[in-house]
Design a protein around this ligand. Structure first.
Ligand SMILES: [Zn+2]
Length: 291
């Protein structure tokens, strides 16, 4: 049996049935799937504090949160060539938002900004919208004609509006879906390494399940077996219906950080019996995922 993960963290649950196994697990960095590379949108590569697909109280996290050293005011760059046609100012949620429509049809969303680019006329557009609606929170603001930008142009400045600590929320959308920015071609944070797998728990699902001849769950540590590869510290004998729980974490470029699992597959004698790949998540389905 083998298990592989993309970016990984915390606990994943994979129901399965098997009889006796020596488990091998492997972890890997994400692979961009022939998508146009996306520029890291900050001048500092300090990793991410939250990953794509993490559980929130009422939905899934639809982007990644980039560290800004608890500071506001870092320039935010266009991740690719495109046009800015929409801004949004709201009291909660993403606070100040900028939508960049890339030339390839995808949309990049930046959240919690403190200010838009004056050079592009965006800050003026917000002030006009506030005056027109006599409100500090005018909601959606459509930029017409759209502001054309090149990859690397400054489009805004990072902040903390709409939420607590300063950071940059970065999201990639395709139609009605949000997609993992790292599999969409976003540069990896400096210092990013493959996920770390710490162990597997085997839990009898019902009266038919046994682990090492017992109805009690067993937690078995994973030990390094090569770069990005792990094996169980001891063999485990299973029978009946047994659930498998993986303990793994991904620091996303920040030591001691632990972020959510985005991709897992499990193979028994070379045949995949379970897989999870958050990849892209529709906004319509996100509220159905609850922590
Ligand atoms: Zn976020």
């Amino acid at each position: 049996m083998m298990m592989t993960t993309g970016r990984a963290a915390s606990w994943g649950v994979a129901p399965f049935r098997a009889v006796a196994c020596a488990l091998v697990v492997a972890a890997a960095l994400p692979m961009a799937e022939s998508k146009a590379p996306l520029m890291w949108p900050l001048p500092i590569h300090e990793g991410c504090t939250s990953s794509f697909g993490e559980f929130r109280s009422t939905h899934l996290h639809m982007g990644v949160d980039m560290r800004t050293h608890q500071e506001e005011g870092w320039p935010v760059f266009a991740a690719g060539n495109g046009r800015i046609s929409r801004l949004r100012r709201e009291p909660v949620g993403y606070g100040r938002v900028l939508y960049l429509d890339l030339d390839d049809g995808r949309t990049v969303v930046y959240g919690h900004l403190c200010r838009y680019s004056r050079a592009l006329g965006l800050e003026q557009r917000l002030q006009e919208a506030c005056a027109a609606k006599n409100s500090s929170f005018p909601g959606d603001i459509y930029v017409s004609p759209p502001a054309s930008v090149k990859r690397g142009d400054i489009v805004a400045y990072s902040g903390q509006l709409g939420i607590g600590a300063p950071h940059l929320h970065f999201e990639v959308r395709q139609g009605d879906d949000a997609c993992d920015p790292f599999t969409e071609g976003l540069e990896l944070p400096k210092g990013m390494e493959a996920p770390v797998i710490s162990g597997v728990a085997f839990v009898p699902r019902d009266a038919s399940g046994e682990v090492d001849g017992s109805f009690r769950p067993a937690c078995v540590a994973a030990v390094a077996a090569g770069p990005g590869r792990y094996r169980l510290s001891r063999p485990v004998t299973l029978s009946g219906a047994v659930d498998l729980m993986l303990s793994a974490r991904d620091h996303l470029g920040i030591p001691d950080n632990s972020t959510g699992l985005s991709k897992v597959s499990a193979l028994l004698d070379g045949t995949r019996f379970f897989s999870m790949d958050l990849g892209c998540i529709s906004f319509a389905r996100s509220p159905y995922f609850r922590a």
